[in-house]
Design a protein around this ligand. Structure first.
Ligand code: UD1
Ligand code: CA
Length: 460
């Protein structure tokens, strides 16, 4: 069977109260329209047309890496009108799946089961439905005494009896393509909203003697339509749960699954433990046996096996095996931290390479640096990388020792096993194996404290 798909994404999304087109709002790090397209593709449909309108430039730009066609709906005159705008891309043979861009939880398996049901009952139109406790806001499925489908009525057009129906229209349909093409022009806008409703094709289909069926979905969660911020949060919570459960199935421990925020594309290795409040975003990969401590946030980064991270923020960086980061550390973009490194509390690293076995245990800023292996970076060390105009580099070679409260004024280099004494401001290259000390010689003034006291007492 040939299938193509039309995804409706032109609506204004008024109820979102947003300047961003509705379908570009994100659920677990991916916007709604990309999710829907992804699932449609995964169900095996290659020919996809997205109907765009409201904020269409933005939506189109956002989807430029997808192989999909677009149809422009300049004025949003309803879901039926939206499909009319995509008419040119409809084939004469086969079937068309129509979906809404605002149902981010739809799964490929569901699209598949709709196709199978459509084929098995030899239908012309199949509507994906679900029974829900709170049908408010959805179109209701009106059936006759023998359970035969009669029509779909929108909430606003429904009478009291119809409003009580708890079987709802998901907004996903399968149409025989030629039936859809033939009757799209029969839609009228004689309803409460003055819109062309796609849903009216059900009644039109029944009246014209076509086979029109429903396919009821058991897991109604999937067809949650996002029209408001409340529903956006609801959808996010469901997606978050799905993602966390997938990782648990693959051997990851979550101390509190409901308080863990993992984007869909994140990978986490076996036996890693995720503590509450952790956020893992974008293209992040976490190795095996890691501890990702409370409230850490890791974005677009790779963390190798056996790493422990506590209360840290890590962006666009790499942390190699068996290293510890935090508590309260900040790895900014371009940081490449070696194996068995210690990045301790209140240490900030930016665009720097840190060699294996190096330690920066507390209160340091390392920016634009290349630091070798087994280097000690003492408390309060500052890599002075910015002269007010541009950034310069600091190079520290293997086994160097940088004492506490040292300033390294870039560009500068400390060669192998160089030893910089505490409190020094380094402006010149430190040769290999050399002590560098640059501070005022300490003076002692004997009896000074007593003399001061005496003077003060006399003045009273
Ligand atoms: C629609 C259905 C309703 C169903 C619900 C499921 C109709 C008339 N109603 O209602 O039966 O229960 O979805 O979530 O179809 N869109 C356009 N152009 C338009 C109008 C809408 O592209 O002119 C797009 C929207 O961007 C959205 C989708 O169609 O992605 C659904 O539109 P929306 O206004 O959200 O319809 P609902 O009122 O939710
Ligand atoms: Ca909707």
């Amino acid at each position: 069977m040939i299938y193509s798909a039309v995804i409706l994404a032109a609506g204004a999304g008024t109820r979102m109260k947003s300047r961003i087109p509705k379908v570009l709002h994100e659920i677990c790090g991916e916007n709604m329209i990309r999710r829907v397209i992804g699932e449609v593709k995964a169900s095996g449909i290659g020919d996809i047309t997205v109907v765009i309108g409201n904020g269409w430039e933005e939506v189109k730009k956002n989807l430029k890496d997808f192989d999909v066609g677009f149809a422009l709906q300049k004025e949003q005159l309803g879901t039926g009108h939206a499909v009319q705008m995509a008419e040119k891309s409809l084939t004469d043979e086969g079937n068309v799946i129509i979906l809404c861009g605002d149902m981010p939880l739809i799964r490929r398996y569901t699209i598949h089961s709709l196709m199978k049901s459509h084929e098995n009952s030899n239908s012309d139109i199949t509507v994906l439905t679900a029974k829900v406790e709170r049908p408010f806001g959805y179109g209701r499925i009106v059936k006759g005494s023998r359970g035969e489908l009669i029509k779909i009525v929108e909430e606003r057009d429904a009478d009291d009896k119809e409003r009580k129906i708890n079987e709802i229209n998901s907004g996903v349909y399968c149409f025989r393509s030629n039936v859809l093409k033939k009757h799209l022009c029969d839609l009228s806008s004689q309803n409460e909203q003055g819109e062309y409703y796609l849903t009216d094709l059900v009644e039109i289909g029944v009246k014209n003697g076509y086979i029109v069926k429903t396919h009821e979905l058991i897991d109604s969660e999937e067809i949650l339509g996002v029209n408001s911020r409340k529903q956006l949060a609801e959808a996010e919570a469901i997606m978050r749960k799905r993602i966390v459960e997938k990782h648990m199935d693959q051997g990851v421990t979550f101390i509190n699954p409901e308080h863990s925020y993992i984007d869909s594309d994140v990978f986490i290795g076996m036996d890693t433990i995720i503590y509450p409040g952790v956020t893992l975003k974008g293209n992040t990969v976490i190795g095996e046996n890691c501890i990702i401590g409370d409230n850490s946030k890791i974005v677009d980064s790779t963390i190798e096996d056996g790493v422990e991270i506590q209360y840290a923020i890590i962006k666009d960086s790499l942390v190699k095996k068996d290293t510890t980061v935090g508590p309260f550390a900040y790895l900014r973009p371009g940081s490449r931290i070696g194996e068995k490194v210690k990045i301790g509390d209140f240490v900030e690293i930016k665009n720097s390479v840190i060699g294996d076995g190096t330690k920066a245990s507390h209160l340091a800023y390392v920016g634009d640096a290349q630091v070798g292996k087994n280097v000690n970076i003492g408390c309060g060390v500052v890599f002075v990388n910015y002269n007010g105009k541009d950034k310069q580099k600091v190079i520290i070679e293997d086994e160097a020792f940088i004492g506490s409260n040292v300033n390294l004024v870039a560009p500068v280099k400390v060669n192998k096993r160089g030893f910089v004494a505490a409190g020094t401001t380094v402006t010149l290259e430190v040769p290999e194996g050399t002590l560098c000390i640059g501070r005022e010689k300490q003076k002692h003034v004997k009896g000074w404290v007593d003399r001061k006291k005496l003077k003060e007492n006399k003045e009273k």
